[in-house]
Every structure is written in C-alpha cells, then in structure tokens.
Design a protein around this ligand. Structure first.
Ligand SMILES: [Zn+2]
Length: 133
C-alpha cells in the first residue's frame, strides 16, 4: 500500500461486489463493512446489501486506499451563457461521479468557443452521419 497522506474529504468506500458492475440499475452503494478477501487482498469492503453475518464495521478513522485520476473533461455547453454553462457542466460531472462513489476535486474550470475542425475530405456537417438535415 502506498504511503498514507491526510485528506479532509475522503470518498466513501465502494462495495466490491461484482453485482454493482454487472447488474444494470444497481448503482454505487457506500460500503461500511469489511469482509474477508482473497489471496490478493486481505479484506474487501461491502455495502449493507452484501454484508454477511461475520463482516465487521469499517472504522471511521481507518486509512483508505484512494485512486486519483487526473483527467481533462470537455463537455459542450447546454447554453451560450458562460457562467451557467460552467456551473451546469460541473454539476453534471459531479452527479455522474457521485453515482460511482467518486468525488470531484476541481483544479480549474474554463471555457472556449471552439470552431469544429473539418474532417479530411469533408466539409462542415450539421448533424451526425446519415442525418439528412
Ligand atoms: Zn454491495
């Protein structure tokens, strides 16, 4: 396990049951229980739904392995008002991340007016391929 660092906001533990990944409509659920693991991990976290009788509660102050992914996300604005577009895009991303137990930690939020690049051999398009409009 990597070195321990202090974090004020720790994302909730995620249930390790594969059902959350494979069953459509079964969203992320916070995991409050520690279950025996396997050869690669001594324990796994599980939600109330997947808790078994011998599983133990995870302590509130126990270190948690947190994965941080630095990415650049681009969304087309839903309206031309910059302030509203920025707020709406951040909220949309936040909702999607929350659905999988993630937290959004903003580094920067910017906007640009972008001219779509014409694809080689094609002129400007008004709709998806095959769209007669
Ligand atoms: Zn679960």
């Amino acid at each position: 396990m990597p070195a321990t660092v202090s974090r004020v906001n720790t994302p909730p533990l995620r249930c390790s049951a594969n059902e959350h990944l494979t069953v459509a409509g079964l969203p992320f659920r916070p995991a409050y229980w520690r279950a025996p693991g396997n050869t690669s991990a001594p324990w796994v976290s599980v939600c109330d739904r997947h808790k078994r009788p011998l599983d133990v509660a995870v302590g509130a102050d126990e270190p948690v392995l947190v994965v941080t992914i630095d990415v650049r996300v681009r969304l087309a604005a839903r309206c031309p008002d910059v302030a509203h577009a920025l707020a709406e895009a951040v909220a949309a991303l936040q909702r999607q991340l929350a659905a999988i137990g993630g937290q959004l930690e903003l580094a920067a939020v910017t906007s640009d007016v972008v001219q779509p690049a014409a694809q080689a051999g094609q002129g400007s398009t008004k709709g998806p391929a095959g769209d007669p409009t």
